[in-house]
Design a protein around this ligand. Structure first.
Ligand SMILES: Nc1nc2c(c(=O)[nH]1)N[C@H]1C(S)=C(S)[C@@H](COP(=O)(O)OP(=O)(O)OC[C@H]3O[C@@H](n4cnc5c(N)ncnc54)[C@H](O)[C@@H]3O)O[C@H]1N2
Ligand code: MOO
Length: 409
């Protein structure tokens, strides 16, 4: 039996993007809770950082021209007429032939345009120093606004906040940040054979893996997951469970029941719900071919294959980018790593293959990818692997030694 409407991964992404609902719900949170959250708006600096010319060394604030030609044997002598105190405004002025003692981080007093490190000075007496090395204007200083200047967009909307971003926001005095609300994702596992992990097994029954892997993946992507448990393989049970989950979430993931077996009811259930409904059933990918994508009255539904490896890989390719960017379909800023595959791997053209691999670094620095062989029902292969190597749909396979893109977990 043929699956209908099989799309490539790229086509599946495109058709989803066309029908994607607008998800841009915002909330404002304290800066310290901002890590890994996605900015909802551009952040513009309202002040310069630093707000004053600031010394980067312990030494003396001087007029650079007073130091020109200074050498160890013929120092330039200047009068020490003041001292900059940490955290206080330095009024100066530093006149011709004068210097002020200044600590690292101290404010450059007006009149001075450079700092001479204490190592290049000698104290003649309390009031006079000799400078033994010339300084150019701007030496040993961070200029006002050199880090951030007023009016600059310091972070763009859609940016995922990293620790350094929190630091920069603190530097410009932003203590509350506008971020996108996490996408709510409902997770349903279907299959009469499934039992919860805390239940005893019996022949024919297996524990529910996908609820757990998907829950972790949603959290990792910045979404807010809710488990709806194990749903029986019948039309009415799945329909009721899906309606409930759609009501409470922006996205629903259904694992199992997506292929063409007689009990595979996911697609049929989706067809009875809202518009535009089923967008694809089957993608040209291995593993993960029997995947479903749908948009139902502004909510996204994915039918993921039951095999745990396939469900994880399809989640990463299709669902994760939508959760990470809270709705505009732009994946986060990440790049694959290039590694040399260590075996010949066959693949069919017209299909994207994702091969589980472990990575090794050889003595000469080359990074190699060893395929982790095993069927897509084996969760242990995902645990062994460091990532997946992509064999694009244009290729018939790869030969040992060929470079492949590896997406790390
Ligand atoms: N005649 C064909 N049979 C199958 C095809 C095909 O093209 N023709 N495709 C195979 C591929 S590839 C996959 S992937 C699976 C997908 O099947 P379903 O999405 O319908 O999933 P199920 O049949 O419900 O389950 C498949 C497999 O995975 C186990 N499973 C399901 N859910 C879970 C879970 N939450 N935790 C752990 N394990 C789970 C289930 O017990 C089955 O063993 O279809 C192939 N068949
Ligand atoms: O596509 Mo299935 O997802 O190969 O195991």
């Amino acid at each position: 039996m043929e699956l209908f409407n099989v799309l490539t991964v790229q086509q599946a992404r495109s058709v989803l993007a066309v029908h994607l609902p607008v998800w841009h719900k915002e909330e404002t949170i304290p800066l310290l809770q901002g890590l890994n959250r996605i900015l909802a708006q551009d952040i513009t600096a309202k002040e310069d950082v630093p707000g004053f010319h600031r010394s980067t060394m312990d030494g003396y604030a001087v007029r650079a021209r007073d130091t020109f030609g200074a050498t160890e044997s013929l120092p330039s002598y200047v009068d020490v007429t003041g001292e900059v105190l940490m955290g206080e405004e330095a009024h100066g002025p530093v006149g011709a032939g004068q210097a002020w003692a200044i600590p690292t981080g101290g404010m450059l007093p007006p009149g001075a345009d450079a700092v001479v490190m204490v190592e290049y000075t000698e104290e003649l007496d309390k009031r006079t120093i000799g400078i033994t090395k010339p300084a150019a204007p701007g030496d040993n200083l961070v200029r006002r606004g050199e880090d951030v200047s007023t009016g600059a967009v310091v972070l763009n909307a859609k940016h995922r906040l990293r620790p350094q971003d929190l630091g920069l926001l603190a530097a410009v005095g932003v203590t509350e940040v506008p971020v996108l609300k996490p996408v709510k994702v409902g997770i349903l596992s279907t299959g009469n054979e499934l039992i919860a992990p805390d239940q005893p097994t019996s022949p024919g029954r297996v524990r529910d893996i996908n609820s757990y892997t998907l829950y972790g993946q949603v959290l990792q992507a910045g979404g807010s997951p809710t488990l709806y448990g194990i749903i029986e393989d019948n039309f009415e049970s799945l329909r009721q469970a899906l309606i409930g989950a759609l009501h409470e979430n922006e996205m629903v993931l259904i694992s199992g029941g997506s292929s063409v077996g007689t009990r595979d009811v996911t697609a049929k259930v989706i067809e009875t719900l809202g518009n535009p409904g089923l967008l694809f059933h089957g993608i040209a990918i291995k593993p993960g071919k029997p995947s479903i994508g749908a948009v139902v009255d502004g909510k996204v539904v994915f039918g993921l294959p039951g095999h745990p490896v396939s469900a994880m890989i399809v989640f990463d390719l299709l669902a994760r980018p939508l959760i990470e960017s809270s709705g505009d379909g732009q994946p986060g800023r990440s790049f694959p790593l290039r590694a040399a595959i260590t075996r010949n791997i066959h693949s069919a053209t017209g299909r994207d293959d994702f091969l589980r691999v472990t990575l090794r670094r050889l003595e000469d620095g080359t990074i190699v990818a060893d395929p982790v062989l095993g069927k897509s029902g084996l969760i242990s292969t995902m645990v062994k692997a460091d990532g997946v190597a992509h064999i694009p749909l244009t290729k018939e396979g790869v030969e040992a030694g060929e470079l492949v893109d590896v997406w790390l977990f």
